[in-house]
Ligand binder design. Structure first.
Ligand SMILES: NC(=O)c1ccc[n+]([C@@H]2O[C@H](COP(=O)([O-])OP(=O)(O)OC[C@H]3O[C@@H](n4cnc5c(N)ncnc54)[C@H](O)[C@@H]3O)[C@@H](O)[C@H]2O)c1
Length: 349
């Protein structure tokens, strides 16, 4: 799969050098209002090759991942004489990388795409692995592509303008990747607030490690037919919590839903598999200390209904990713309705 990323201190310098090898390409930069304000000036200051690039701006937030927006962006690019050699740079969080990646993969049957993630969630997760996604109505990611002609460039300075809530949102995916693939990494993370290094703001080593782990898993299974499914740890319940939040018009970020999903997946792992009690207690306590955990029993009927709607689940049984231990995931473990009904927000672990 020709989808690569590059993480180093001189990332934007590398991007500049890369663009210099494509002197005749027309460049477009996709932003939302926040990345226009906070990130675009830094990008243009550091990447001379992007002076004069055409700026395409959409509204921030999930509502921009729509087919009508895709059509508007393609129309704007045609008006600006974009051709097969044009390059689309997505400067933003997961919404911008999903949208820009999709547009680049379908415009003129595919043009080069460069993702420059500006949220922690997009760095750790959304900008790696080539998946793009567009929502249909309020149902997330129903249309998408594997965009194989995409590269990612990281620049940690962009994270400095993120709110604490957005940082915690991205950190959820750091916990997930550690729990499914690297116990030593979890042991380091649990000692503090791993996303935040007081002196430098962000712990670049931990962020880089998480990126590499995701890249390794994606490389082994680019089209998500086997191993890559472990990245969905905590996500079955998370999607149900997100759908309920959408239905009730309440404010819940993806990473916040993922943390609650992980919390209950750990409890199920302990109950159904050999996942050690002491580690389950430690993980659940850590997550509770740093996040608000959703009480699953509050809307358990809705949770179960949304799980039924998931095509993985058949005959009153649900398929979850569980852990035998940290870094020992089991794909498609069968969970019953009764297992879900027995889950509690607070008990002895
Ligand atoms: N394709 C994938 O593999 C994949 C994986 C995970 C998530 N996603 C998608 O990612 C999206 C969520 O991504 P997200 O959490 O980054 O959301 P987002 O893109 O909406 O960004 C969150 C908010 O932060 C703002 N922002 C971005 N960078 C900023 C900066 N540097 N300073 C200040 N504000 C900034 C944005 O304008 C937005 O308001 C969802 O649509 C989800 O479906 C995709």
């Amino acid at each position: 799969m020709n989808s690569t990323s590059s993480f180093s201190k001189n990332n934007l310098l590398l991007l500049n050098s890369y663009l210099a090898t494509k002197p005749n390409s027309k460049r477009f930069i996709l932003v939302d209002e926040n990345t226009f304000k906070h990130c675009l000036p830094i990008l243009i200051d550091n990447v001379e090759q992007l002076y004069g690039a055409e700026i395409l701006e959409v509204e921030q937030g999930e509502k921009s991942k729509q087919l009508t927006i895709v059509e508007n962006l393609c129309g704007a690019m045609i008006e600006s004489s974009a051709d097969k050699d044009s390059i689309l740079v997505s400067l933003g969080g997961g919404v911008i990388s999903d949208l820009g990646g999709f547009v680049a993969s379908v415009f003129k049957r595919g043009i080069s795409h460069i993702a420059i993630p500006t949220t922690l969630l997009a760095m750790i997760d959304a900008s790696i692995g080539a998946k793009t996604g567009i929502n249909i109505g309020e149902v997330k990611n129903q249309v998408g592509t594997f965009n194989t002609n995409s590269q990612t460039f990281f620049h940690l300075e962009f994270l400095n303008t993120l709110s604490k809530r957005q940082v915690l949102n991205g950190a959820a995916e750091m916990f997930k990747i550690a729990l499914v693939s690297d116990e030593k990494l979890w042991d380091t993370m649990k000692q503090g607030k791993p996303w935040n290094n007081k002196k430098q703001g962000f712990d670049s080593k931990l962020i880089e490690k998480c990126i590499k782990l995701k890249e390794d898993i994606v490389m082994q299974d680019p089209l998500e037919q086997g191993k890559r499914k472990i990245l969905n740890f905590g996500h079955s319940l998370a999607h149900a919590f997100e759908s309920i939040a959408l239905q009730k018009d309440s404010d819940l970020l993806h990473g916040e839903a993922v943390v609650s999903g992980i919390y209950y997946a750990i409890k199920l792992s302990n109950k159904k598999l050999s996942f050690p009690q002491s580690k389950a207690t430690e993980i659940c306590e850590y997550l509770k200390k740093n996040y608000h955990i959703i009480d699953i029993q509050k809307d358990i009927d809705l949770v179960i209904n949304y799980l039924y709607a998931d095509k993985k689940n058949i005959n009153n049984e649900f398929r979850f990713i569980l852990l035998e231990d940290i870094a020992k995931p089991i794909i498609n473990y069968t969970i019953s309705k009764e297992d879900l009904l027995s889950l509690r927000l607070t008990d002895n672990h």
